[in-house]
Design a protein around this ligand. Structure first.
Ligand SMILES: [Zn+2]
Length: 158
């Protein structure tokens, strides 16, 4: 990931479906994941995947969907995010004491959490080195390991 990590805010010309190929790709993405490509799911999946990888919360995705007609409720956005996650299209990132984030990049990587700005930035796995993982409890296996590094702007007056 480069510094283009800031997702484009929706609302401008980007909101328009990006041509027939893009729509077809989004439809196929949903079908491959075993989800019926309803109008609302198509709108949300297009918002998520139109501009490369991004991190969203239900609230930020809902805000981006404001131009959709008919409007999409926050509850529908929550449901869709859960369905997309279960279907493997998104990765859920549970940030303690914060909202749940969803990541379109489901591959292995870690995150910086920007304090006060409420944003996540990707950390490539090779930047972290090998995590020494503990043995899982008896009879259990490790599914995944998340690493969230909280950062804040340095106060120049200190
Ligand atoms: Zn990420």
């Amino acid at each position: 990931m480069t510094s283009q990590a800031t997702p484009q805010p929706y609302g401008g010309p980007d909101f328009a479906p990006k041509g027939r190929d893009f729509q077809a790709a989004m439809r196929a993405k949903l079908r491959t994941a075993g989800l019926r490509p309803t109008r609302q799911r198509l709108t949300l999946v297009a918002l998520l995947f139109a501009n490369g990888d991004c991190h969203v919360t239900a609230e930020t995705l809902h805000a981006r969907s404001k131009q959709a007609r008919p409007p999409i409720s926050l509850a529908t956005v929550y449901n869709a995010l859960n369905q997309f996650t279960e279907a493997g299209l998104l990765r859920e990132i549970a940030v303690q004491g914060s909202r749940t984030w969803y990541d379109t990049n489901t591959g292995p990587h870690y995150h910086f959490l920007l304090e006060n700005e409420e944003d996540l930035l990707d950390i490539p796995p090779e930047a972290v080195g090998v995590l020494g993982l503990p043995q899982p409890p008896e009879g259990m296996e490790i599914i995944s390991a998340d690493l969230i590094i909280r950062v804040r702007k340095i106060d120049p007056r200190r």
